[in-house]
Design a protein around this ligand. Sequence first.
Ligand SMILES: Cc1cc2nc3c(=O)[nH]c(=O)nc-3n(C[C@H](O)[C@H](O)[C@H](O)COP(=O)(O)OP(=O)(O)OC[C@H]3O[C@@H](n4cnc5c(N)ncnc54)[C@H](O)[C@@H]3O)c2cc1C
Length: 406
Amino acid sequence: MTYDLIIIGAGAAGLMAAAEAGRLGLKTLVCEGQKTPARKLLICGGGRCNAANAHVTEKDFNAGCRHTLRHVLREWSTQDTLDFFTRWGAPLAVQKDGQYFSADDRAQTVLDALLKAVRAGGAALKCGAHVRGVRHAGTGFEVALAEDTLSAKAVLVTTGGLSYPTLGNDGAGFLIAEQFGHQLIPTRPALAPLIASDTSFKPLAGIATEVRLTLWAQGRKTITVEGPMLFTHRGFSGPAALEMSLAWSDAQPANGEVRTNFFPTLPGDDIAPILAGAGQRTLKNTIREHLPERLVDLLLERAGVEGAIRPGKEGLSKVERQALTKALRALPLPIREAGGYTKAEVTAGGVDLKSVKGSLLESRLQDGLFFAGEVLDVDGRIGGFNLQWAWASGVAAARGIAKRLL
Ligand SMILES: Cc1cc2nc3c(=O)[nH]c(=O)nc-3n(C[C@H](O)[C@H](O)[C@H](O)COP(=O)(O)OP(=O)(O)OC[C@H]3O[C@@H](n4cnc5c(N)ncnc54)[C@H](O)[C@@H]3O)c2cc1C
């Protein structure tokens, strides 16, 4: 039997593509190497699945070709994602920050909805079917499994990246792309925790606080991210640290340094607005208004300034002000490295977007071969952007395949 379409990988992009391809009338099979589909989806958003974001723009992504990115994001909006999951029984609920999670806080509900949509469209799903290779044969393709070879008119590669290899991501899609002559943009772990180079912050493990992190490289500010940062036993995690990880790694040849402003909502970059309301209170109590006590103690120790001083009454010396300014508003984080693929939520780099036709996600080098999801050179910010890319590119590719075949 020859399928219209074989999809390699039943993750977020592959299942969404299968639902759309089936709906459009393509005879579709999804091959998944693991025993169960979409294992990564189940751990997304700490098991609550941050499946979308209210405000998705091109600026939320790194991508090698803006044209393709724009096209795909227009093909399938946040509203489309919300409508889709509501229709299939997994309504998403929005948080104050615009992130949409499964309304019942269960990623399983999102996966169940996807699988329901796949079944309704008539696509078949074969688990435990690791694809070993793809060959162009005649006017279509042969897809090799361990004990079987399948035929299809078109192939869609949705094998994901390299992060969390225990969940089935071994880079197989990159090999398939290379085999057909595609350029790969070098892959790097992204959205990974930052590992500390010393233990000085270890006593703060478990504390989370809002920060603004700024990366300095060659004496210049390069990027700034704002959000919660979590101190851990090994270093720094939470959205702000994760979002800084790729930029930090890329800046290492220039000795990049990440500086922390613990008062991101106060104006300026000195301590005047912090001390403005000090009145008769001690320095420690003034800062404690804003930050957890253990963090305040550590920052005062870093600055070498006594917490018992009453700045409103006794004032601070110039040296003390400078030291406090550095500790509270520009503290360099001791970072040894960013976590590798075992800890990274996504993979940056991948199949060069310029080697696929922007409107279809079809290879420019091999007719009938398509790519979607994280295997492509696109990575998003934390907050539901990566899944929105997976949904949108899955749909765009399915529609591209239908245009080619129907
Ligand atoms: C801990 C964690 C939390 C995350 N949380 C969020 C979040 O809340 N929101 C968000 O937007 N993003 C989140 N992400 C990122 C998100 O999970 C990915 O961007 C998304 O899953 C990518 O979808 P994909 O379909 O391209 O790849 P994947 O979901 O990785 O799916 C690829 C599938 O292909 C299969 N496969 C690979 N090779 C083969 C082969 N040779 N043969 C057959 N099958 C194969 C794999 O087993 C896998 O099932 C998180 C990631 C992690 C690791």
